[in-house]
Design a protein around this ligand. Structure first.
Ligand SMILES: Cc1cc2nc3c(=O)[nH]c(=O)nc-3n(C[C@H](O)[C@H](O)[C@H](O)COP(=O)(O)OP(=O)(O)OC[C@H]3O[C@@H](n4cnc5c(N)ncnc54)[C@H](O)[C@@H]3O)c2cc1C
Length: 321
């Protein structure tokens, strides 16, 4: 793959080379745009063995999927920088992006596809087992734990809903209320009607055996043998670069994200966002779809800018900024 040098200039810089960023890069590369993807290589689903609900690639290893995507993008001339973007700013006619290695890149447009951080409950065992048998998403790994003994660690208002979703996959489901708000009478009846146990009390740790969940241990010493534990992380989109550019992150009941229109356009002219950066619930295929939409929208925006410049104007950049 091509390696670029200091102060290289592109039509578009895509920050993040996950499903969203790579899909955007392919759409732009196929539109004959010069594109750089800067990616530090930590996709959110890296701890998982496979990516599911992915038509045509069901169960593919997350990093294998991205390696294929990189190859496809490189085939259309997309350049890759295996680095972290540490700064972004807007000049008169271009964006400048600073890389951790000291290089800076310029571009007419930016796509923020840097994903989100899962803020996990602070219970010993959760982080160590995250993505293998500590889970959050019934569509990502629910099938893999069907008919197993599943515990839900209650940490917020969505715990009951999550519990009912996992009950679709197994008859052996226990809700550990932990720090979740009190389960009211009607909710308790709904859980009981579906055979879901409710255990009150703070959880002290999730005990592992052979690298998998073995039991949930409560503060009072009670232990419950289990095969998987479901948690509800807070989803914090990586909004730091957007904020450096003057954007404001938007709060959501489940975390923080970058608000966009349906094409991924943000409130900052010239800046788009796609994937988990702008949609906390987006799975891989949805993120890739958003990436394609953003790539196409950015190309159309650049075409409008090219037309304006061709007829002798200053182009859209200066007009808008
Ligand atoms: C454990 C787990 C399992 C999952 N399983 C599934 C599943 O089976 N099926 C499914 O559809 N979805 C699954 N998901 C959801 C899936 O991970 C997301 O839908 C997907 O990763 C979103 O893609 P993205 O491109 O927006 O972000 P990411 O895939 O997270 O990619 C973002 C990329 O940007 C890079 N980056 C971030 N900041 C910077 C920066 N400043 N400079 C350079 N690079 C940067 C990151 O390192 C990363 O490589 C799972 C999630 C988790 C947590």
């Amino acid at each position: 793959m091509t390696t670029a040098s200091r102060l290289d200039s592109y039509d578009v810089i895509v920050i993040g080379g996950g499903a969203a960023g790579l899909a955007a890069a392919v759409a732009l590369g196929r539109s004959r745009r010069s594109v750089a993807v800067v990616d530090v290589g930590e996709p959110r689903n890296a701890p998982a063995a496979g990516a599911h609900n992915l038509l045509g690639q069901e169960g593919i290893a997350p990093r294998e999927l991205l390696a294929v995507g990189r190859k496809e993008a490189a085939g259309y001339g997309v350049v890759f920088h295996d680095d972290r973007v540490v700064g972004a700013r807007r000049g008169d006619d271009a964006f400048a992006v600073d890389l951790a290695d000291g290089d800076a890149l310029l571009a007419r447009r930016l796509i923020l596809a840097s994903g989100l951080v899962d803020e996990l409950p602070d219970v010993p065992g959760v982080r160590e087992l995250w993505g293998s048998s500590v889970l959050h998403c019934p569509y990502c790994h629910g099938w893999e734990v069907r008919d197993r003994r599943i515990g839900v660690l209650g940490t917020g208002p969505f715990a009951v809903h999550q519990t009912q979703l996992f009950r679709q996959l197994s008859e052996d489901v226990t809700l550990f209320t932990h720090t979740t708000p009190t389960v009211d009478g009607e909710t308790a009846s709904q859980l009981a009607a579906r055979g879901i146990r409710v255990v009150d009390g703070a959880v002290r740790e999730i005990r592992a055996s052979g690298g998998e969940v073995a039991a949930v241990v409560l503060d009072d010493g009670r232990e419950f043998d289990l095969d998987a534990v479901v948690v509800g992380p807070r989803f914090h989109a990586r909004t730091d670069l957007y904020e450096q550019l003057g954007g404001v992150a938007t709060e959501h009941p489940m975390g923080w994200y970058i608000e966009t229109d349906p094409t991924g356009r943000t409130a900052i002219p010239g800046v788009w966002a796609a994937g988990n950066a702008s949609d906390l619930a987006a799975m891989v295929s949805v993120s890739a779809g958003a990436g394609v939409m953003a790539g196409a929208a950015v190309n159309a925006d650049l075409v409008a800018d090219d037309v304006a410049r061709a007829v002798g104007g200053t182009g859209q950049n200066r007009a808008e900024w």
